[in-house]
Design a binder for this molecule. Structure first.
Ligand SMILES: [Zn+2]
Length: 365
C-alpha cells in the first residue's frame, strides 16, 4: 500500500488488480476443496449439499465481481475524461450526499493518487470538490426544470457544456476564467424562495452513484464531445427574477483562492506570498525524517505512523508540501503539523522553518 501513483486512475487500477488477484485465489481454493472432497481426500466441510451448485455459485460471484470492476473503472475513467484529468473527486457514502472523509474540503489532487484513497472512491457515490482545487470547476445548480430551461435560453452557448442530474433539477458545469464568487445560494428576488445554487469553492456536488431517493446520478450533455466550457463569470446571465451570486456575496471579496483556510491570522505575521514561497522551498518529507519518524519513502513522499491517532501501520502520507492521514484525516501543511505535534503557534513555526531554510536545512533541491 505504499505505492503512490501519478494519477488516481492508476491507483484505482492497482487496487482493482489486487482485489482481482484475491478473488482469483479464493476461487482456486474453492475448486481445490471441491476436488478434494469429490475424490475423498478430505472430509466434507463445505456448507452445502450440492457441490456442483456451490461451485457454480462461486464462479458466478467471481464473474459478477469482475464485471463490476470493469464497469467501475470505465465509469471513473469517463469522469476524469469529462471533468478534467486534474479534478478532485471525493468519495461519498452510498445513496447519500455526505462525503466519507470529514475533512473533505482539505483534500487535494495529490491525496487522491494514493491506493488508500482509491479504495474509498470505489466504494460508493462520487462527488467533485469545486473551485480552485479542481481547476476552477463550478456548477450552476437549478432546482426546477422550467427555471433551468429559462437559464439556458438566456445563456444558449452553455448548452454545449456538461450537465448532470440527480433526483430533481440539473447542474450545469463550467470552468471559470478569472475571479468568481464562492458557494452561494441563489434566491428569488424579494423572497426567501430558493431558485438554486452557484456551487463553487467550498462546495461539492455528486456526479456519480445513487441519489438518496434511489435515482441514479447521470451525466446529460447535449454534445458529449464538447466537454466543460470555459467562461468568465461576468459572461453568465442570470434571470431578472433571481438574486445572482455576486450580489449575495457583496460582503465577501470575490477571490480565486477563497477556499483557503487559516489565512487571516497568517496575514498578521507575514504576507501570504512569503508563506507560500517558504512552503514551496521547504521539504516536509526530509523534515519529518529529521524529527525522528520512521518513514517508508516513495517517489512522491512517504508514509509514517500517524502521531495524531493510535496508528500501528503507517497511514499518514507525508508529501513535500503537506501531510494527509488516511486513518484520522489529520491534514495540513508543515505549520499545521508543528502546531498539532508540538503545540507550536504559527508565528514560532514560521521563524523556525525560516531559520532551517537559511541554514540550507530541509531545503527542496
Ligand atoms: Zn492519523
Amino acid at each position: 500500500m505504499n505505492t503512490v501513483f501519478n494519477h488516481p486512475v492508476d491507483a484505482i487500477r492497482f487496487v482493482l488488480a489486487e482485489t482481482d488477484a484475491d478473488d482469483r485465489s479464493h476461487l482456486c481454493d474453492v475448486i481445490r476443496q471441491v476436488e478434494d472432497i469429490k475424490s475423498g481426500r478430505t472430509p466434507r466441510l463445505l456448507p452445502t449439499v450440492d457441490l456442483e451448485k456451490y461451485l457454480d455459485d462461486q464462479c458466478e460471484t467471481y464473474v459478477s465481481r469482475a464485471v463490476w470492476r470493469d464497469q467501475r473503472l470505465s465509469a471513473i475513467e469517463t469522469l476524469y475524461e469529462t471533468f478534467g484529468q486534474q479534478t478532485v473527486f471525493l468519495p461519498v457514502k452510498n445513496c447519500s450526499k455526505r462525503p466519507v472523509l470529514k475533512k473533505w474540503p482539505k483534500v487535494r489532487f495529490r491525496d487522491t493518487c494514493h491506493p488508500a484513497y482509491a479504495k474509498l472512491l470505489l466504494g460508493g457515490n462520487i462527488s467533485i470538490l469545486q473551485g480552485d482545487v479542481s481547476q476552477h470547476l463550478v456548477s450552476i445548480d437549478v432546482d426546477d426544470d422550467e427555471d433551468f430551461a429559462e437559464f439556458l435560453s438566456l445563456n444558449p452557448h452553455l448548452r454545449e457544456s456538461v450537465m448532470t442530474s440527480g433526483a430533481r433539477g440539473k447542474n450545469l458545469w463550467v470552468r471559470m476564467l478569472g475571479p468568481y464568487p464562492p458557494l452561494s445560494v441563489v434566491h428569488r428576488r424579494g423572497s426567501q424562495q430558493g431558485w438554486g445554487e452557484f456551487r463553487s469553492a467550498g462546495g461539492q456536488t455528486i456526479v456519480d452513484g445513487m441519489h438518496p431517493s434511489l435515482v441514479p446520478y447521470s451525466i446529460a450533455s447535449s454534445n458529449q464531445s464538447a466537454g466543460i466550457l470555459e467562461v468568465a463569470y461576468a459572461d453568465i446571465l442570470w434571470p431578472d427574477s433571481v438574486v445572482p451570486p455576486h450580489e449575495t456575496q457583496k460582503k465577501n471579496r470575490m477571490s480565486r483562492k477563497n477556499s483557503r483556510s487559516g489565512k487571516n491570522h497568517r496575514n498578521l505575521v507575514a504576507g501570504d506570498r512569503e508563506v507560500d514561497r517558504i512552503k514551496a522551498e521547504f521539504d516536509m518529507v526530509a523534515f519529518v525524517r529529521e524529527l525522528g519518524f520512521e518513514i517508508t519513502l516513495s517517489e512522491s513522499g512517504g508514509m509514517i505512523c500517524c502521531p495524531f491517532h493510535d496508528d500501528r501501520t503507517p497511514s499518514c502520507w507525508v508529501q513535500p508540501d503537506h501531510f494527509f492521514c488516511f486513518g484520522c484525516e489529520a491534514v495540513g501543511d508543515v505549520f499545521e503539523f508543528l502546531k498539532r505535534l508540538r503545540n507550536l503557534p504559527f508565528r514560532n513555526s514560521l521563524i523556525y522553518i525560516k531559520s532551517c531554510l537559511a541554514r540550507g536545512f530541509c531545503r527542496l533541491t
